[in-house]
Design a protein around this ligand. Structure first.
Ligand SMILES: NC(=O)c1ccc[n+]([C@@H]2O[C@H](COP(=O)([O-])OP(=O)(O)OC[C@H]3O[C@@H](n4cnc5c(N)ncnc54)[C@H](OP(=O)(O)O)[C@@H]3O)[C@@H](O)[C@H]2O)c1
Length: 493
C-alpha cells in the first residue's frame, strides 16, 4: 500500500548519474513518482559521476527519457518537467574520494532546509567501484546511525558478487557503512506487476493453494529469453555470463515466490523468511542437469547477425555462456520429485519472461480414450511482454458431437485493467522511500541463492566446460529439449 503522508524532506543522490540505468530508469521513475505526488515538496535530487556535465547538459540528458504518462496534456506535462528539473542538480567527482563526497555534502547543504533530511543513495555504478563509493559516503559522514527518521538508505544494483564468497565479502564490507536495514538490494524483476501478483494469485484465491503441491503439479518452467545479443556491451557480460546475470538472481527470485510456503503475514519479514526457507531447500545445481550454450552467427538464410565472439567487446576464445538451462529440485514435502526448469538465453527467437505450471494428467478420466485423452491443465504467467495470466482448460467444442479442445481462460492485462502499469523501478523506489523491504533481496536470501549455483559455476570453470553453439535467433541448443522432456515434457506454445 502506498501512502503519500509523512513525506518529510528527501535528498536523493544518484551515483553514476551519467550512465545508462540512471537515464533510462532511475530519473524517469523519480519523475513518475513526482507526478503522482509521492515525493515531498522539500526534495533534492543530485546526480553524481566523474563526467564533467553542466547543469543544463545534465538536465537535458535526463529529460530525454521522462514521459508524460502520469501528466497528460502538453502544457501541464511541460510545467511538471520544469519544476521536477528544478529539483535536479549535478556534481562531478571521483568515486573513491572522500573529498569529492565532502564537496557533495557541501553542495547538498545549500538545498537541504534542515538537518533532518532523509537521504537515499542509489549506486548506479559498475560493481568494481561499488565499495569505494560506499566507503567514501561513510567517511564523508553522510550516513545516520539509526533506521528511523531522519534515515539514510542505499540502493544497490546487481551483480551482488560472483559467487558465495565474493558476495559474503561484499555484504560484510557494505555493512560497515550501511546496516542491513539500510540496504536495499534491487532485483527489478521483483517490482514487475505480474511478479507482484504472484502472491495475490496464490494466497488470495482459494482455488490455487490446495492444488499447489506435487500431487497436482507435474513440473514448473521459468523462462527468460531475449532477442538481442550483447550488442557491443560484452565487457560486463563476458565476466559474468547468463547464470550470474539472470538465472542466479531474477529466475531464482521468481522461483522462490512460486514455491515458497504461505507467509504468516503480508509483511517483509514473513515473506523473506519463507523465501529463504525454500531457497535453502533447493539442491545445488548439478552440471549433468544443465545445458549451457553460446550463440553463433545466424543460420544460413536468416538475416546476418554476429555470433557472440564476433562482438568486438568479447574475447575470441570466450567460454562465457549466453544460454543456460538448469533442472532444479526442491527437497521439501510440498515439492519432492517436481522438476523446476529454469532457462535463460540471449539472441533467441523471441523476447519473453514466463512461468509455466504444468499440472498432472487426469487419473481415471471419464473422457480418456485412445484419441481424445484431455490435455493436462497449464497455468501460464507471462511477465513480459504483454503481461497475462492464462489458465489452459479442456472445454467441449460447441456442436452435436462431444469434441474437446484445450482453451484459455485469459487475463490479458492491457484489456482487463484500465490502470497504467508502473515501471518496476517506480514501485521499487517508492518502497525504498517508504522503508518497505519485501521486494528487495535480504542477505540470507542472497547467500542461499549463491549456494545453489556456486558449486556448478566452480565446476564449469575448473573443467573448462565449453558451451554448446546455437545460432542467433534460434530457440537455443537443441540439447535443452532433452532437459525439458526430463522436466515433464515439452510445452504447447
Ligand atoms: N542498465 C541496465 O539496464 C541495468 C540493469 C540492471 C542492473 N544494472 C546495474 O546497474 C549499474 C549501473 O548500470 P549502467 O548500465 O548505468 O552502467 P554504465 O552506464 O556502464 O555505468 C554507469 C556510470 O558509471 C561510470 N563508470 C562506467 N564504467 C566505469 C568504470 N570502469 N569505473 C568507474 N566508473 C565507471 C560512468 O560514469 P562516469 O564516467 O561519468 O563516472 C557511467 O556513466 C551496474 O552495476 C549494472 O550492473 C544495470
Amino acid at each position: 500500500m502506498s501512502h503519500k503522508s509523512d513525506l518529510g524532506t528527501l535528498s536523493v543522490v544518484v551515483v553514476g548519474a551519467s550512465g545508462d540505468l540512471a537515464k533510462r530508469k532511475i530519473f524517469p521513475a523519480l519523475f513518475a513518482l513526482y507526478c503522482q505526488g509521492f515525493l515531498p515538496a522539500e526534495l533534492t535530487i543530485t546526480g553524481f559521476a566523474r563526467s564533467h556535465l553542466s547543469q543544463e547538459e545534465f538536465r537535458a540528458r535526463i529529460t530525454e527519457h521522462l514521459t508524460c504518462r502520469y501528466t497528460p496534456g502538453e502544457k501541464d506535462c511541460a510545467e511538471k518537467m520544469e519544476t521536477f528539473l528544478s529539483h535536479c542538480h549535478y556534481v562531478s567527482g571521483q568515486y573513491g574520494s572522500t573529498d569529492a563526497f565532502l564537496d557533495l555534502f557541501m553542495h547538498l547543504q545549500q538545498f537541504e532546509p534542515h538537518s533532518r533530511t532523509n537521504r537515499l543513495f542509489y549506486l548506479a555504478i559498475p560493481p568494481s567501484v561499488f565499495l569505494d563509493v560506499a566507503k567514501a559516503i561513510g567517511s564523508a559522514g553522510f550516513v545516520y546511525c539509526g533506521e528511523t527518521s531522519p534515515w539514510s538508505r542505499v540502493v544497490v544494483e546487481k551483480p551482488f558478487g560472483e559467487d558465495r564468497d565474493s558476495s559474503d565479502e561484499l555484504v560484510h564490507e557494505l555493512s560497515l557503512v550501511f546496516s542491513e536495514d539500510q540496504t536495499f538490494r534491487i532485483d527489478h524483476y521483483l517490482g514487475k506487476e505480474v511478479i507482484q501478483n504472484l502472491l495475490v494469485l496464490r494466497f488470495a484465491n482459494r482455488i490455487f493453494e490446495p492444488l499447489w503441491t506435487k500431487e497436482h503439479i507435474k513440473s514448473v518452467q521459468i523462462s527468460w529469453a531475449e532477442q538481442l545479443g550483447v550488442e557491443g556491451r560484452g565487457g560486463y557480460f563476458d565476466q559474468y555470463g547468463i547464470i550470474r546475470d539472470v538465472v542466479q538472481n531474477h529466475l531464482l527470485q521468481i522461483l522462490s515466490l512460486v514455491a515458497m510456503e504461505p507467509p504468516a503475514r503480508h509483511a517483509s519479514g514473513s515473506i523473506r523468511k519463507e523465501k529463504v526457507s525454500v531457497l535453502k531447500s533447493i539442491r545445488p545445481a548439478a552440471l549433468e542437469d544443465m545445458v549451457l550454450g553460446q550463440y553463433t552467427t545466424a543460420a544460413e538464410g536468416a538475416s546476418p547477425r554476429p555470433g557472440y565472439t564476433d562482438d568486438e567487446t568479447v574475447p575470441d576464445d570466450s567460454r562465457t555462456c549466453t544460454y543456460a538451462a538448469a533442472l532444479l529440485h526442491i527437497d521439501n514435502p510440498r515439492w519432492e520429485g517436481v522438476p523446476f526448469l529454469l532457462r535463460a538465453g540471449k539472441a533467441l527467437d523471441r523476447k519473453t519472461t514466463e512461468i509455466k505450471i504444468l499440472f498432472h494428467d487426469l487419473d481415471n478420466c471419464v473422457f480418456c480414450g485412445p484419441e481424445d485423452c484431455p490435455h493436462a491443465n497449464e497455468l501460464v504467467i507471462r511477465v513480459q511482454p504483454d503481461e497475462a495470466i492464462i489458465f489452459r482448460i479442456m472445454s467441449k467444442v460447441p456442436g452435436l458431437e462431444l469434441d474437446m479442445e484445450s482453451r484459455d481462460l485469459d487475463l490479458q492485462y492491457d484489456t482487463a485493467f484500465s490502470e497504467l502499469i508502473p515501471d518496476a523501478y517506480e514501485d521499487l523506489l517508492l518502497d525504498v522511500i517508504q522503508g518497505e523491504k519485501s521486494l528487495f533481496i535480504g542477505s540470507q536470501e542472497l547467500a542461499a541463492a549463491w549456494d545453489i549455483f556456486t558449486p556448478v559455476l566452480q565446476a564449469i570453470d575448473e573443467n573448462g566446460v565449453r558451451p554448446l553453439p546455437y545460432p542467433f535467433g534460434s530457440t537455443g541448443p537443441s540439447e535443452a529439449m532433452d532437459l525439458a522432456v526430463k522436466a515433464g515434457g515439452v510445452w504447447r506454445q
